[in-house]
Design a protein. Sequence first.
Length: 256
Amino acid sequence: MVSERKNINSVVKSLNILDCFSREVKELKLTEISNMLEIPKSTTSNLVYTLVDMGYLEQNSENGKFRLGTKLFMLGKIFEYHFNLIEVARPYMERLRNKFNEAVHLSIPYETEGVCVEKIEGDSTLGMNSQVGKKLPLHCTASGKLFLSGMSKEKLEKTLVNIDLFKRTETTITDVNILRKEIEVIREKGYSMAVEEGEVGITSMAVPIYNYKGELIASISIAGPTARLSDDSREQIILEMLKASKTISSKLGFSN
């Protein structure tokens, strides 16, 4: 049974305030926002100054009017960046799918998880629990372990303290010391693999995508039934994945 979702009124009002601004309407007085949304001035004031404190609005010190803040610009650039990543990666993901007939995913690290941002379906994804927007645990997925391998020592230790090494299958790594050793192996090899660690019957392989700063910003992964992904086929798939990730990284400005 799907639970009903309820909108939070104050959040809706805050977003409606942001919607008051446009290319034509760059600045507004508090009373103008209040009149546009037909909400009390006191309520408008509380919401507007909260948005100012959070960086989503700014107040012009000369005329007291409000305008959109730099936080929104930053979020827009992040969205633009990720959209560009998908645009660049998708053709290579399609080629991998066409060659191996398995599902191909593009994922990015997000706080203490990973998130799938694009997926190319394989011929058969029966039993696979993957979709765009789905969050990935870092300790039991190929992409997740790859993201851990790309962290600095300090960030890695902080992350390992904050993630739950819950057991999904009999082969899930639940010991932090074993996970540390696995991360070192991934760094040496340049790719990651999870054989039925996150899902029974499913094997996944992931390769890194780097930006112009040399930061690991995403992964390309292929996942499919373990029975179809033999050792020989895995080796061939990984080689092709590494070629694709190298090209994508290069197009994003990375130079090894």
